[in-house]
Design a protein around this ligand. Structure first.
Ligand code: NDP
Ligand code: VSD
Length: 311
């Protein structure tokens, strides 16, 4: 609304699952800089400890509660336990905002994926955030408290290409969950957002490069990506502007506008102009993309042979 005040995290409790690294850590630091009480959760204690030390450097006042807890988040029980631990330092009150950043990807060719690769893709792309959303919304509703929930998808939550058969479905499922909750949580005055970041050079990115097919890297070469600081700021700005779907650069924003579904857009007029531009831009992307794949056929056969796939 024209006169409505922008969301201000100063003095609020912000819970960031996946806050020990990458986007989550950049967002945690940004929230500390804005005066929020910040809790982060991840599995690895080392990175949690380092992250907490870094967050302390940005503290605005001595009253800010900055906490880190080690939990896995892959099940309802773990996500609930993590949430309870996080709320203990806040008289058991539900967080004012939950920004679910945890996630991982293991890009590979579909034909090389095992059953475990595919099911783990849903665990570490979808359930790792979905269970937190489930636990947090239930807690907010039980306590009759309002709040904000933001999930983190990816450009691959809108589109996909070779290599992401275990990851893109999970990120697209997160979009389905966010759009459902955007509607359902109106019953409770809880705002729901979802962010679609492009490439960010994080620890997670270094990890995914270990298995990523060359052809996937080649397709992604046109994506300049964002630093985690830029991405965190884009996510925060989108949340402040109450955007249902948030993007941080033009490529993903184009896919947002031409894959728009039925949630509110970000600008009634400009979104349409971008949608019209996609009528030209997307076929150009696709021509280039399809050409790359077709040119890669012979060397892919060679690759599969060298891996013993046919024997
Ligand atoms: N980097 C990129 O190019 C892109 C990333 N994204 C998405 O953005 C989000 C952040 O990515 P990025 O910053 O690169 O990731 P990082 O790998 O750098 O950080 C991921 C964070 O999540 C935690 N985490 C991962 N799995 C679990 C789990 N099962 N339980 C608890 N905590 C977990 C990690 O800690 P620990 O491992 O110790 O548990 C870490 O704190 C992810 O959802 C990712 O899919 C989207 C688009 C592009
Ligand atoms: C069929 C037409 C396809 C056209 C493609 C052109 C667009 C290229 C930009 C893609 C950027 C993707 C970033 C995703 C990062 C991500 O989520 C992973 N790094 C996992 O973490």
């Amino acid at each position: 609304m024209f006169f409505s005040k922008k969301w201000n995290p100063d003095g609020l409790h912000v819970y960031i699952p996946g806050g020990s690294s990458g986007l989550g850590l950049a967002l945690a630091i940004l929230m500390v800089q804005k005066g929020a009480h910040v809790s982060i959760v991840a599995r690895g204690q080392d990175r949690l400890d380092k992250a907490l030390v870094e967050m302390q450097n940005y503290r605005q006042n001595p009253a800010q509660k900055l906490n880190a807890y080690s939990f896995g988040l892959n099940s309802a029980a773990e996500a609930s336990k993590a949430l309870e631990a996080v709320c203990e330092a806040h008289e058991g009150h539900s967080p004012d905002a939950v920004f679910a950043c945890a996630g991982a990807s293991k890009p590979m060719f579909f034909v090389e994926m095992t059953e475990e690769d595919l099911t783990q893709g849903m665990d570490s792309g979808y359930w790792v955030q979905a269970w937190t959303a489930w636990a947090a919304v239930r807690m907010m509703v039980r306590q009759q408290r309002k709040g904000k929930i933001a999930l983190v998808s990816s450009t691959l939550g809108y589109i996909s290409y070779t290599g992401y058969a275990s990851y893109s479905p999970a990120k697209q499922a997160l979009r389905g969950l966010a759009d459902t909750l955007h509607s359902e949580c109106m019953l409770y005055g809880i705002d729901v957002h979802i962010f679609f970041p492009p490439t960010m050079k994080t620890d997670g990115y270094i990890e995914e490069m270990k298995t990523k097919p060359d052809i996937t890297t080649e397709i992604e070469a046109k994506d300049e990506g964002l630093t985690t600081e830029q991405a965190a700021l884009a996510m925060f700005t989108g949340i402040q502007n109450n955007q249902a779907h948030i993007t941080g650069e033009w490529i993903t924003n184009t896919f947002r506008c031409c894959t728009r579904g039925a949630v509110p857009g970000n600008n009634w007029f400009i979104d349409k102009l971008i949608d019209i531009s996609s009528w030209v831009i997307v076929p150009i992307f696709r021509m280039e993309h399809d050409g790359m794949l077709k040119r890669h056929r012979a060397s892919h056969q060679e690759y599969l042979r060298s891996k013993g796939f046919f024997s």
